[in-house]
Design a protein around this ligand. Structure first.
Ligand code: SF4
Ligand code: SF4
Length: 472
């Protein structure tokens, strides 16, 4: 029976509830009165339930769809302004004991080059990332208790945090590793991770079983309760995700929201981030083998409605997406993007060769971080390298309280400008720096509180004189 408070995935990601939601949305998707009411509710950043969200997602009335996109853009502007948080993935190891059919790291793939970074290799990768300007990493590794046990991940995190190179520093290490025990999550928490992210990939049990035929990941329930265990272990910020295209997107969209509603109901705070990757080709993987792959229009609609349903939750996309698709979803909802990414193990220190088949997926957006930063600023966005909340202990419900109080703009905006200023001083190409300096001057005026604005101005001056790492 559907119960968001239940610890059992069969209850909180309840198939009957998803099917009833699909039927409800099919019946209501052209109900203009209802859609107007939902948009009025969403416009106040009050969020939407999974049923309400699917009505908007299914709506096929062109004029109402324009309203849906316009409301998503307005909510995004109200809560996030023009700020976009930047991060980079770092692949530690591609050894994996699982059999996920959509991923080239699957155990049966015998022609992929298996690599695991040594501490020295991690140092080289992190120095290369710091030299690009990154401050926030997402660690990724395949599941392999022999080749990459938790101890290896913990040691790698310690290595990363310890590397100080010129003005560089990795200030927040988010982690995306296999589902594990409460005890292991406690150890990850003690290592100082930011967000723990784990994607359910698909919420449909039969599809999940077919896509994960072997290995520990084949246990749907253990996987679907991993974020609960992480939160029980004290990790306040968790991130969920669907790999869109593995299954029918409506089902997974509702599942993604049910999962978020469960965490909010059962743990007091919903996911910190939601990721919306789409299936991509890679070694041994033919994206054409996934007939449920979604087009750009559907993708943009999913992002827009997620923004309305979960207004305070970060939405993340990666370089799987090409620049044009990224530009579109940035407008309607995405708040974090990766830039200059390498998706192979060791790909930052050594330029990836086309013959290298150790990548997890083909990158569509192959621009450098500086090109992405300049592109964002050309579009009017403010690239942010901020990691302040985590370092100030503003995680979980403390973070949500601040965000919902409407005061987050007094943190995010100055932090975005100060971290962008660091980037411009230390890493930017001349044209990027010139553009960025103009942007800083214009955006400084948008800090709501006067005292904060004055302090931010002083800090920007200090950054120009070589000081680093200010935060609100
Ligand atoms: Fe392993 Fe993750 Fe790839 Fe599955 S998706 S094969 S668990 S690396
Ligand atoms: Fe994120 Fe907090 Fe920085 Fe805002 S101030 S960008 S919420 S870390």
């Amino acid at each position: 029976m559907y119960d968001p408070l239940s610890p059992l995935p069969a209850d909180f990601i309840n198939d009957a509830e998803i099917m009833a939601t699909l039927a409800y949305a099919a019946a209501k998707k052209s109900d203009r009165g209802l859609i107007d009411d939902l948009l009025a509710k969403a416009a106040t950043a009050g969020g939407l339930t999974h049923r309400e969200a699917l009505v908007l997602l299914d709506c096929d009335l062109p004029d109402m769809n324009e309203k849906i996109f316009a409301t998503a853009m307005a909510v995004k502007q109200q809560l996030y302004g023009k700020r976009i948080v930047m991060f980079a993935p770092l692949y530690l190891s591609n050894h994996c004991v699982n059999g996920c059919v959509y991923c080239p790291y699957h155990r049966q793939n015998s022609h992929i080059r298996r690599v695991k970074l040594s501490p020295d290799a991690i140092r080289r990768e992190v120095v290369a990332l710091q030299d690009m300007g990154h401050k926030r990493l997402l660690l990724e590794t395949g599941e392999d208790p022999v080749n990459s046990p938790l101890e290896y991940v913990l040691e790698s995190i310690a290595t990363i945090y310890a590397i100080k190179h010129k003005n560089g520093a990795i200030r927040r290490v988010n982690v995306n590793i296999a589902a594990t025990t409460v005890e292991n999550y406690r150890r990850l928490h003690a290592a100082g991770i930011g967000t723990y992210a784990l994607f359910q990939e698909t919420y449909h049990r039969a599809a999940y079983a077919a896509l994960h035929p072997t290995g520990p990941k084949s246990d749907y329930d253990y996987h679907a309760t991993a974020l609960d265990r992480a939160m029980d272990a004290g990790i306040d910020d968790v991130g969920g995700g669907v790999l869109y295209g593995l299954n029918l997107y409506r089902y997974d969209f509702v599942g993604q929201l049910l999962h978020a509603e469960h965490l909010e109901a059962a743990k007091g705070v919903g996911p910190h981030t939601l990721s919306v990757p789409r299936v991509r080709p890679a070694d041994d993987i033919d994206a054409g083998a996934f007939p449920n792959a979604i087009d750009d229009d559907t993708f943009a609609k999913i992002v827009a409605v997620l923004r309305l349903a979960a207004p305070y939750t970060g939405i993340i996309i990666s370089t799987r997406e090409a620049a044009a698709a990224r530009e579109r979803v940035l407008r309607v909802g995405v708040s974090q993007i990766s830039g200059g990414s390498r998706t192979s193990v060791g790909g930052y220190a050594e330029e990836e060769k086309s013959a290298d088949n150790s990548a997890q997926f083909d990158v569509s957006d192959r621009r450098s971080l500086d090109e992405v930063v300049k592109w964002l600023m050309d579009l009017g966005y403010v690239p942010s390298f901020c990691t302040a909340c985590y370092r100030e202990g503003r995680t979980g419900d403390r973070f949500m309280t601040l965000v919902k109080s409407g005061q987050i703009a007094n943190c995010c905006q100055p932090n975005a400008l100060m971290t962008l200023a660091e980037y411009l001083q230390d890493y930017a190409a001349p044209a990027t720096r010139e553009l960025g300096e103009k942007l800083l001057a214009a955006e400084l005026t948008k800090i709501p509180r006067e005292a904060t604005r004055r302090l931010a101005e002083e800090n920007l001056l200090a950054i120009r004189h070589g000081k680093r790492d200010f935060r609100f």
